[in-house]
Design a protein around this ligand. Structure first.
Ligand code: ZN
Length: 204
């Protein structure tokens, strides 16, 4: 039963959907279903004009994210899939503007490491290691935060938090309104859906 959940029409969830605060679990199986999921994630990311998308953002409780720093679907050589990623080294620090597909229209400066080394697995189950800087390094740090249930708004200055507060309130009001109207399930049932999927999807 749980296996079929992944085939529900996938969409990018918005703040404050509980999956954005979920600490994702390691992927234990790379199969055709996972490949199809990743393909759908790329489609959604391009539709939304994004350059990175984490599994949490499509309500999947898995440690996996995708990236294409060019944002151009034609540039498939810029497409990367990071499964069970880990940052193994961080150097320097740089302030740069970030946005997020789950927080539409919100932008703020976020301090990130300037250069990172990241290890992950690809869709063939092959381990790889990249040393990245500039935009790709920022995207990887932003997306990896998602897998730990963190959002860029958690990393901005106090004054930026104050500036973002009214827009966050608007998103929250809209989300609760959709829940009240029955268009989105309650937090409790969304949580238990994530639990069920996590168990089914991470079974060895
Ligand atoms: Zn994001």
């Amino acid at each position: 039963m749980a296996q079929t959940l992944i085939w529900l029409p996938m969409q990018i969830v918005l703040y404050p959907h509980p999956s954005l605060r979920w600490k994702s679990r390691d992927v234990t199986r790379i199969d055709s279903q996972l490949r199809a999921t990743v393909e759908q994630m790329f489609e959604l990311m391009y539709e939304a004009k994004g350059i990175g998308l984490a599994a949490n953002q499509v309500a999947l409780p898995l440690r996996l994210f995708i990236m294409n720093p060019s944002g151009d679907p034609e540039q498939t050589d810029e497409e990367f899939v990071f499964i069970n990623p880990e940052i193994t080294s961080r150097k320097g620090s740089e302030l740069g503007e970030e946005g997020c597909l789950s927080l539409p229209e919100l932008y703020s400066d976020v301090r990130r490491a300037d250069a990172i080394t990241v290890e992950a697995y690809d869709l063939d189950g092959q381990g790889f290691e990249f040393t990245l800087d500039d935009l790709p390094a920022r995207v990887v740090q932003h997306e990896l935060d998602h897998l730990d249930g963190m959002l860029f708004i958690d990393r901005v200055s106090e004054s930026a938090k104050k500036q973002l507060a009214p827009e966050l309130d608007d998103l929250e009001v809209h989300f609760r309104h959709q829940q009240a109207a029955g268009e989105i399930a309650s937090d409790e049932s969304l949580q238990s859906e994530l639990e069920t999927m996590a168990v089914a999807l991470t079974r060895e």
